[in-house]
Design a protein. Structure first.
Length: 473
């Protein structure tokens, strides 16, 4: 009698636990404390458990916290510190604000109007969402606010319209495609402008500390060609890697027309949602001048929706996807932060400097460093952390290997952002798109890895030729 899926997962989890126990008893590498070594082991096997998915992701995260505390790797206070991170709350608030779009029907109305324009093609819908992100990116410096607070609610409403078709599986397959496209677009546009996300100015600051000055236009001009090509190629690539079941269906347009007629004129709550949405966009664009963080702005928007009863607090409490995401993303951010604080990432960069480059030619060395810098993001739940810990060291390594300073800083900046498309936790907006529940973690990682290869080809070869034309090397 064949084993059920549950038994297969249980057996796999048992094997993973035995392997983790065996590795746990291996002495820590030279230069790492036993605490850092054990923290790294728990992090790695937490990721493995999230991929195997024997339990809901929030439950796995809580088990990881229990392991941290019971093994005395971290204190209980340290283990719960991730839930005080403002980014974690921004993600949670973005989920709740998205409910306003859905509950009032405002997001659905926007979705139906988009369908009327390009609705016969699912690929056309994806390009419409990509274009919206590209237009907003230079003006909204919070990737979570832009992706989670603006693009995601519209995409979520579009996904729900497929529930009205004759194919019930279309909701999942088409939803997964649109969510992955909008997430990857969020990644690409964040790499194209200094003002597209909060981590980018940090890279500019580190470059300036090394005597390398990068202006807004320097960054934008260097990124514009590979960025636009990436935005053009990405939806088509995902279209073939994860094809939507409904590729072109005129009935979708017919349904959109019928639904808009049923909805009638815009309601008062939709108007309040529109006004709140406009306030959020405005404050996300200029709020930094008044020392308003993206999370504070999102909280303000949520309070407006609650005060005017566009949504109620019970809706927020009942949003299981939001709270699951809050738990597992907060856990990963916490572990990733302590890995950085305890010196694991700097230890890795020091080992690279001392033991790798001396055996390689400058060209090969730069390529190897770039690959390592990119894929080490699997260990990072924050682009800011990635840049803060690794950027200065790798910038020095690149320059010492013979790469021009400005180009070194730009390439590292682009790699820092593009690498966040690898996982469902690598960018602050990622948990929001993944938390919609249209795609499993394993498939998300597979698509993220393939897209990393596509980005690598575009930004190395096409980007390299463009940078040569600009005189950067």
């Amino acid at each position: 009698m064949p084993m059920t899926s549950t038994w297969n997962k249980a057996l796999t989890l048992l094997i993973v636990a035995i392997l983790a126990y065996a590795i746990w008893n291996i002495p820590a590498p030279v230069g790492l404390s036993i605490q850092t070594w054990h923290l790294a082991i728990i992090f790695i096997f937490t990721i493995i458990a999230l991929i195997i998915n024997p339990l809901p992701m929030g439950a796995i995260a809580l088990c990881s916290i229990a392991c941290l505390v019971l093994t005395k790797t971290l204190s209980l206070q340290q283990s719960l510190s991730g839930f005080s991170d403002s980014i974690i709350w921004l993600v949670l608030f973005a989920f709740f604000i998205a409910q306003g779009f859905i509950k009032t029907g405002f997001g659905e109305r926007i979705a139906y109007h988009i369908i009327l324009l390009v609705g016969q093609s699912t690929l056309g819908l994806s390009y419409a969402l990509v274009m919206v992100d590209f237009i907003l990116a230079p003006f909204i410096p919070s990737v979570c606010a832009r992706g989670g607070g603006i693009i995601f609610p519209i995409a979520q409403s579009l996904c729900k319209t497929y529930a009205n078709t004759s194919n019930p599986k279309a909701v999942s397959q088409n939803g997964g495609f649109l969510m992955q496209v909008t997430f990857q677009a969020n990644v690409i546009t964040s790499a194209m402008f200094i003002t597209a996300m909060a981590a980018n100015p940090l890279a500019v600051k580190f470059a300036a500390d090394a005597g390398i000055i990068i202006s807004w236009s320097d960054w934008a001009i260097a990124a514009i060609v590979p960025g636009i090509i990436s935005l053009m190629v990405m939806p088509v690539t995902l279209y073939y890697l994860y094809p939507p079941l409904i590729k072109s269906d005129p009935t979708v347009v017919k349904i959109a027309k019928e639904k808009l007629q049923e909805m009638g004129n815009i309601s008062l709550k939709e108007i309040i949602m529109l006004i709140t949405f406009s306030i959020l966009i405005f404050l996300w664009m200029v709020g930094s001048k008044w020392q308003l963080s993206a999370t504070t702005v999102a909280l303000l928007g949520l309070c407006i929706l609650l005060l005017f009863k566009v949504i109620n607090f019970e809706d927020a409490l009942a949003d299981k996807a939001a709270w699951h995401t809050f738990i597992w993303f907060g856990t990963l951010v916490m572990i990733s932060g302590f890995l950085s604080e305890f010196g694991l990432i700097s230890w890795v960069s020091d080992k690279l400097r001392d033991n790798l480059l001396c055996f390689l030619s400058p060209t090969i060395g730069i390529i190897v460093l770039a690959v390592i810098y990119f894929y080490i993001h699997y260990f990072c739940a924050s682009t800011t952390t990635h840049i803060a810990v690794l950027f200065p060291t790798f910038l020095a390594l690149f320059i010492n290997a013979g790469m021009p300073g400005v180009l070194s800083a730009l390439v590292l900046s682009f790699l820092s952002i593009l690498s966040s498309g690898l996982t469902h936790y690598g960018l602050s907006s990622a948990p929001i798109y993944f938390g919609a529940g249209y795609m499993k973690a394993k498939k998300w990682w597979q698509l993220g890895f393939v897209m990393s290869l596509v980005y690598g080809f575009i930004w190395i070869f096409i980007g390299g030729a463009w940078w040569k034309a600009l005189g950067l090397w």
